[in-house]
Design a protein around this ligand. Structure first.
Ligand code: ASP
Ligand code: MG
Length: 307
């Protein structure tokens, strides 16, 4: 059973070192994205439309001023809407996802986490995949210099990254490894790798379906050494018939109406991705539990009271 006492946790050397690394990670990612011409937008904490994320069972919703809101599960729609005014944006967005309790056994699921969410006008999936690769190379190079002491505290050597990262088709890895493909691939790999082109049935409606197929122009990046999923992202759906079809049985009229309006208002085509900052910290420091990456963690468990 998990043992957690907030004051002990706050004084834990491992937590202190991990949070220092995280602070550097955030600074370096910001530097990189500014250099590449991205603008940082401020996060949205409560939302009338947020990521449906069908694998997350419950959302936190409430009514204020006669309007119905949810805690943001991801800024997917807001970052896309931001492209009416700006070409390339990113945000460090707090996301709340009420995961099933069994997810706590992965040791890398938090109920509240921060995701670097990025979106780029007129970009194809390959364009943002190259940005993710380049950004991680830049980050690891700088960390090797700037976080030397912390990395040596953890006895951690970051892997040498080679671009482009290897790419696997979802269909191929799923037929070879089945439902546990992510874990198997991540555990057996020594380099981050992409899994691309998920079928519509496994992903949210907002990823673009490739015409004439039931596959989507989307991707996950997996960390090596069993650290699991790092990034999700892809091209955005811009075909109204596809939107209506994909949301047909989903009891999501409000979302459907909203998304169709977004398309009618001429939202530019775009691609983007999200990368969780705590999991990135966990990987960089080589930690065996995500709890050490946050001063105030919240895990999907009943028996522990978090602050
Ligand atoms: N909305 C996705 C997520 O939060 C990321 C993305 O597609 O940009 O997993
Ligand atoms: Mg994902």
């Amino acid at each position: 059973m998990l043992k957690f006492e907030i004051f002990e946790h706050l004084k834990d050397e491992k937590v202190k070192e991990a949070v220092r690394v995280q602070s550097l990670i955030v600074k370096i990612l910001r530097d990189y994205l500014h250099e590449k011409g991205f603008s940082e937008i401020l996060p949205v904490v409560i939302s009338r439309v947020t990521d449906p994320l069908s694998e997350v069972k419950n959302s936190v919703s409430f009514e204020i001023y006669g309007q119905y809101y949810q805690l943001t599960k991801s800024m997917i729609f807001h970052k896309r809407m931001a492209l009416y005014s700006l070409d390339k944006i990113f945000t460090f967005s707090p996301n709340v996802r009420i995961e099933e309790e069994k997810k706590s056994s992965t040791r890398r699921h938090l109920v509240e986490f921060v995701q670097l969410d990025l979106e780029m006008r007129n970009a194809r999936m390959e364009d943002v995949m190259r940005i993710a690769e380049d950004m991680l190379c830049y980050l690891f190079d700088r960390l090797k210099e700037e976080a030397k002491d912390e990395l040596s505290y953890f006895g951690r050597e970051l892997p040498e990254l080679k671009t482009p990262f290897p790419v696997y088709e979802f269909e191929e890895v799923y037929s070879r490894y089945g439902e546990d493909y992510e874990n198997i691939l991540s555990t057996n790999s020594t380099h981050p790798l992409w899994v691309v082109h998920f079928p519509e049935t496994r992903r949210e409606f907002y990823y673009k379906t490739i015409p004439g197929t039931n596959k989507m122009a989307d991707f996950d990046l997996l960390y090596p050494y069993g650290y699991g999923e790092a990034i999700s992202g892809g091209e955005r759906e811009d075909n109204k018939d596809n939107v209506i079809r994909k949301l047909k049985d989903k009891d999501a009229d409000y979302l459907k109406d909203f998304y169709l309006k977004l398309l009618d208002a001429g939202v530019p085509p775009s691609s983007g991705f999200g990368i969780g900052i705590e999991r990135l910290t966990m990987f960089v420091c080589g930690l065996d539990h995500i709890i050490y990456t946050k001063l105030f963690p919240k895990l999907p468990v009943k028996e522990v009271q978090f602050i």
